[in-house]
Design a protein around this ligand. Structure first.
Ligand SMILES: NC(=O)c1ccc[n+]([C@@H]2O[C@H](COP(=O)([O-])OP(=O)(O)OC[C@H]3O[C@@H](n4cnc5c(N)ncnc54)[C@H](O)[C@@H]3O)[C@@H](O)[C@H]2O)c1
Ligand SMILES: [Zn+2]
Ligand SMILES: [Zn+2]
Length: 379
């Protein structure tokens, strides 16, 4: 089959690879109709991880079941399904508690597994014609048949639940003000989720004009961090108090708010300044224990200069980690089915698999409005 293969930093190609097959009675094979490119893929693409050449990328996958293992009970060929980016078993201590992003079974020695991602286990990605899904009864979420809502549903694999998770970690409640850093797909989904949860005022901080425009389009207040200190801009619009809650949807590749350089703790520290005393911050933005491209020796080991003194003084709460997609995807699916949510407003491009290398290049440069690309291998 055809698949998008990582060759080395800034080098991916669409190649012929071995077809996936049933390896365990609870596996299914899914023919991929949509697989999205994620900001997380860029960390590997840019050579900022230990990813080895040969990895098939793709953890945001939707398609049709073509084959089922003998132990699969809830699925049959022809079912349309979307899979959380997390591979999870459903029966370990963490899965039972709903923390499927930290499954103890699927990736021994590391809490959590994912498709097509370095260090997240042996699972191949779905930017390909077919995908093997393990623990399929648990990991497949059934969708209404047909092609309706294809671009909304594919976002259930990661960014819609991940944005929602950012709000859950921050305990966003009706009537609150929320400051989201990052107007990438995850940040926009966090802002959208804050609105779904009843936030009264949502700020979205970034510098990319098209992305800030998308924030404005959904009724959020765009904050351009190149114009003035973003914490100050938010305080000015919240009676001097600061936002009730905050979300970091940027992660360790954050750009300094003054100048162009990468400064990995920028957003964490900006949130300490932006959120009012005793507020809470959700951090779905990625931080890593090892970063070969880190800006200094400490950053290479995941050690950042965090304003812990100020954080303590303000009594802030911080929650972090991979999103437990399974915990939210059924409810978010039903919001889409009932017409109450339409997350596909973030999708900027839909392309055949063969155009994936060009899409990676442009998405990585954040040019030509590349915000969220959905690849269509079966199209
Ligand atoms: N926790 C999870 O489960 C999970 C899942 C998916 C993605 N992620 C992570 O979420 C983060 C965002 O993903 P994405 O796909 O939206 O990425 P993205 O790279 O498309 O978006 C990041 C945005 O942040 C902006 N930015 C950079 N520095 C900034 C700063 N100092 N202040 C404000 N904005 C700044 C950039 O201009 C960009 O628009 C990444 O770190 C990704 O790895 C985490
Ligand atoms: Zn993703
Ligand atoms: Zn588990």
């Amino acid at each position: 089959m055809r698949a998008l293969v990582y060759r080395g930093p800034f080098d991916v190609s669409v190649d012929n690879v071995e077809d996936p097959r049933i390896e365990h009675p609870n596996d299914v094979i899914v023919k991929i109709t949509s697989s999205a490119i994620c900001g997380s893929d860029l960390h590997m693409y840019e050579g900022r991880t230990a990813a080895e050449p040969g990895i098939v990328f793709g953890h945001e996958n939707l398609g049709t079941v073509t084959e089922t293992g003998s132990g699969v009970t809830s699925l049959r060929a022809g079912d349309r399904v979307v899979m959380p980016f997390n591979v999870a078993c459903g029966f370990c201590k963490n899965c039972l508690a709903g923390n499927t992003g930290f499954c103890l079974t699927v990736n021994p020695g590391f809490a959590g597994g994912a498709y097509g991602y370095v260090a997240m286990g042996p699972y191949k990605g779905g930017q390909a014609e077919y995908l093997r899904v393990p623990y399929a009864d648990f990991n497949c979420l059934k969708l209404p048949p047909g092609r309706e809502h294809e671009e909304d549903f594919v976002l259930l694999a990661d960014i819609f639940p991940t944005g929602y998770h950012g709000c859950e970690l921050a305990e966003v409640s009706p009537g609150e003000s929320v400051a989201v850093f990052g107007a990438g797909p995850v940040g926009l989904m966090a802002a959208y989720s804050a609105q779904i949860r009843g936030a009264s005022k949502v700020f979205v901080v970034d510098r990319v004009p098209e992305r800030l425009q998308k924030a404005r389009d959904i009724g959020a207040i765009p904050i351009d961090f190149t114009q003035a200190d973003p914490a100050e801009q938010v305080r000015d619009q919240t009676g001097g108090e600061g936002a009730d809650k905050g979300v970091d949807a940027v992660g360790y590749q954050a750009q300094a708010h003054t100048g162009q350089a990468e400064e990995p703790a920028t957003v964490l520290n900006a949130l300490v300044e932006t959120v009012r005393a005793t507020g809470k911050v959700g951090v779905p933005g990625l931080y890593v224990p090892n970063d070969p491209g880190g800006v200094n020796e400490a950053a290479k080991h995941g050690l950042l200069l965090l304003a812990i003194g100020k954080l303590f003084e303000k009594g802030l709460g911080f929650g972090t980690g991979q999103a437990n997609v399974k915990h939210y995807n059924r409810q978010l699916r039903d919001l889409i089915v009932e017409g109450r949510a339409k997350p596909s407003f973030v999708v900027s491009h839909r392309l055949p698999l063969d155009q994936a290398p060009q899409a990676y290049d442009k998405f990585d440069k954040r040019i030509e409005g590349y915000t969220k690309v959905v690849l269509q291998p079966a199209a």
